[in-house]
Design a binder for this molecule. Structure first.
Ligand SMILES: *Cc1c(COP(=O)(O)O)cnc(C)c1O
Length: 221
């Protein structure tokens, strides 16, 4: 058992990190999603009490469990999704970020009732077939198909930076795709993780997904 004063200081440090990052993002008018996929319940609860509302999970069952436990928060789905888990997202997600397959989208929509689920298309801007997402060349066609699915509302684009390569150029590419696809109308541009979010914000991100830099589990920028 850690000494109580150590626990307290961990908690305070978490709140301080969150406050600093949340303040920085608020000043740029960028929404902060706290990625809680590796965080224990106590840490999630600490941030909720500090005022964080938007959390992201990458596993459907974990999203369901946390959304059921804390319905006062908004639970975003950011991970790969198999059709047989679509019901958890249709029922419990506040937003689905990782949409890159039309059959899965229809399966999710079948479980959406009495509401419309905002969806982001995940785009592969990495030029690397091992990373997930829709190929930019078929984005327009995919967006048209998705727009016809009842129960879903296309709200913007999401991407992960290339693992190797020019991160800034990739983010700029996603921004251009968003501008073209939505023709100047507001649409979410969800890009930026712990080690690249400042670049993403400079390139026009409207929503970042931060895990390790908030929870203190990774190197900070
Ligand atoms: C895990 C994850 C994040 C958060 O990553 P950090 O580097 O911990 O900030 C963001 N987006 C997606 C899609 C993830 O899977």
């Amino acid at each position: 058992m850690p000494h109580p004063s150590e626990l307290m200081s961990d908690k305070l440090q978490l709140i301080q990190r969150w406050q600093t990052i949340a303040g920085e993002l608020q000043a740029s008018d960028v929404k902060l999603l706290v990625v809680s996929k590796y965080a224990p319940d106590e840490a999630v609860e600490t941030l909720m009490q500090a005022g964080q509302i938007h959390f992201a999970e990458s596993r459907p069952q974990n999203l369901r469990d946390r959304a059921t436990r804390w319905p006062e928060c908004q639970w975003h789905m950011i991970g790969p999704l198999q059709k047989n888990k679509a019901k958890y997202i249709g029922r419990f997600a506040a937003m689905w970020h990782s949409c890159d397959d039309i059959d899965t989208a229809r399966a999710v929509a079948a479980h959406v009732s009495d509401r419309t689920l905002p969806v982001l298309i995940q785009v592969n801007i990495a030029d690397n077939p091992e990373q997930r997402g829709i190929n930019p060349e078929i984005l327009t066609t995919f967006a048209e198909e998705l727009s016809q699915v009842d129960g879903l509302q296309l709200a913007g684009l999401m991407a992960m930076a290339p693992k190797d390569g020019d991160v800034r150029a990739a983010f700029r590419h996603l921004r251009n795709l968003r501008d073209q696809l939505f023709d100047g109308r507001f649409a979410i541009l969800c890009m930026g993780m712990s080690n690249d979010y400042r670049i993403a914000v400079q390139e026009g991100s409207t929503m970042v997904r931060l895990g390790s830099t908030v929870f203190g589990t990774g190197r900070s920028v």
